[in-house]
Design a protein around this ligand. Structure first.
Ligand code: LLP
Length: 481
């Protein structure tokens, strides 16, 4: 879930030019420092961005995002073509979704994975055809199921036995073609950070376990498989209002060790073979979920799309041969890897306060004009980020700093530990890298702060994708105002 501790975050400390790692990861490819020391994103000076759009602001590098979308699609298409299998890439909208972003990823050949009626509505408004949209969720409302059926979504990923009946009943009540569904299964593989663990039984809310009550998912015969996953697959097959499209597995997020994907895929392919032996139904598609990890800190290495695609393709080919079935069509659902590195958050520095630590050390607390309401990940997961002063280049000696927000909570931390120039001061522009995923999408109005805008930059021009909230927006929801 979170990244490794940020020892590398000061990797450029003491370099001749001061505290900067720009250009390079974890910044988007359009980020560079001009000769005057100020940073530009896709050719737009951050000082101009701040003047025009205010701070805090989420800044999205359109070309970088598009390139990542295209790269994932090409890498997986090529690697799976080698083994004779097709693959679809669904952009996981939960990472960040707006009408423009849905359009961009669709133009780059991706489909869109949604996890709520809201995400579905945005994808549809962008013009993404229903057939190229998936709907997830462990507790879909009747309204969400109806909206998905209205839109003719390409797949509803069902998450429980109750939901299988609810979707089938909704189709029965309205008539029409059977709804395409995938059953979300849990393989026992949980990945994230640098390790994965495999356990037979799971204590979490998603999906249906493929652990049978006897034996293991690897050894159990078709007739003996009484796992919740098999029970759900049989329940779908039994309902004529549903068309069993496939099996879905998502193992985690911010995964940097790819071996978990292969373990999960093998378990899913074995389940698919057992279902075929039992019912004659060989499902046409297997979704391997998202979770591809990115670099948050200088020196961190993101999962490489080509490498992971080749590894996963090779392993599913082996697994399908082992279980003796043809390969299905595959799909994947990257979110963070497409939008995360394309985004940064631009803040203005306010109060700067040295705080003496135990061993005579001092930490500089640098307050910015946002905080846990625009990026909850440090507080929620202990996530590490990298920040730099971007409005100018300083040659001042770097000091140990902590970037904090303006909320009334001591856990309101934006960057736990980073070296900033010792002369950082009120009015400086500070950027936090790789905030494109799960930043705006998890933002809140805590302390009734207004949520920042999302500004796209491309070829020297900026454009607002989602405008800044105003106090009037907040008051408009208050029926006594
Ligand atoms: N597919 C499914 C079914 C998922 O549940 C998720 C993420 C994804 C795809 C996309 O995963 P990605 O490629 O973005 O890692 N709020 C957390 C991440 C939660 C992810 C939930 N599911 C964070 O900020 O790290």
């Amino acid at each position: 879930m979170t990244t490794a501790p940020g020892s590398a975050s000061g990797s450029a400390v003491g370099s001749a030019v001061g505290v900067t790692t720009i250009p390079g990861e974890p910044w988007s490819t359009g980020v560079e420092r001009g000769a005057d020391g100020a940073v530009r994103v896709a050719g737009v000076d951050v000082r101009a961005l701040a003047a025009e759009h205010g701070t805090p602001a989420y800044v999205l590098d359109e070309q970088d995002l598009r390139t990542r979308a295209r790269t994932y699609r090409r890498a997986f298409t090529e690697a799976f073509a080698e083994i004779g299998a097709g693959v679809d890439v669904y952009y996981a909208g939960k990472a960040f979704l707006s009408v423009a972003v849905a359009r961009w990823v669709h133009e780059e050949g991706l489909r869109v994975d949604t996890a709520s009626g809201g995400e579905l509505a945005v994808a549809l408004r962008a013009g993404v055809p229903g057939a190229e949209i998936g709907l997830h969720g462990n507790n879909k409302s009747d309204g969400e199921i109806a909206a998905a059926l209205d839109a003719g979504v390409g797949r509803i990923i069902v998450d429980s036995l109750v939901e299988i009946e609810r979707v089938a009943d909704a189709v029965a009540a309205r008539g029409g073609a059977p709804a395409p569904v995938m059953v979300r299964v849990t393989t026992g593989v949980h990945a994230g950070g640098h390790e994965y663990i495999s356990t037979a039984h799971e204590d979490q809310k998603f999906g249906l376990s493929l652990a049978p009550s006897r034996g293991t998912a690897d050894t159990v015969a078709a007739a003996d498989d009484d796992s919740p996953a098999m029970t759900a697959l049989l329940a779908v097959v039994a309902r004529p209002e549903l068309r069993l499209l496939g099996i879905h597995s998502h193992i985690g997020s911010q995964i940097l060790d790819p071996s978990g994907f292969a373990v999960a895929a093998r378990a899913v392919l074995a389940l698919r073979a057992r279902l075929a032996a039992r019912t004659g139904v060989l499902v046409e598609e297997v979704d391997l979920g998202g979770g591809y990890g990115i670099a948050y800190l200088p020196g961190e290495v993101a999962l490489d799309a080509d490498r992971i695609a080749k590894e996963v393709a090779a392993s599913v080919e082996r697994s399908a041969a082992e279980v003796g079935t043809d390969l299905p069509r595959f799909s994947i659902e990257p979110g963070r890897a497409i939008v995360g590195p394309a985004g940064l958050t631009l803040y203005s520095v306010g109060t700067v306060k040295p705080v003496r630590l135990d061993e005579g050390r001092t930490r500089l607390y640098v307050s910015v004009d946002g905080g846990m309401s625009d990026n909850i990940r440090p507080a929620l997961y202990g996530a590490q980020y990298h920040a730099e002063v971007v409005g100018r280049l300083s040659t001042a000696e770097p000091v140990l700093a902590r970037v904090v927000g303006k909320h009334c909570e001591s856990g309101d931390i934006v960057v736990h530990e980073v070296h900033l120039p010792g002369d950082v001061r009120a009015g400086d522009l500070l950027a936090v890298a790789a905030t494109g995923a799960y930043g705006r999408s998890m933002a809140s109005n805590y302390n009734l702060l207004t949520r920042p805008p999302v500004v796209a930059v491309r070829e020297g021009a900026s454009r607002v994708l989602v405008r800044r909230e105003t106090v009037d927006d907040l008051l408009a929801l208050d029926t006594d105002a």
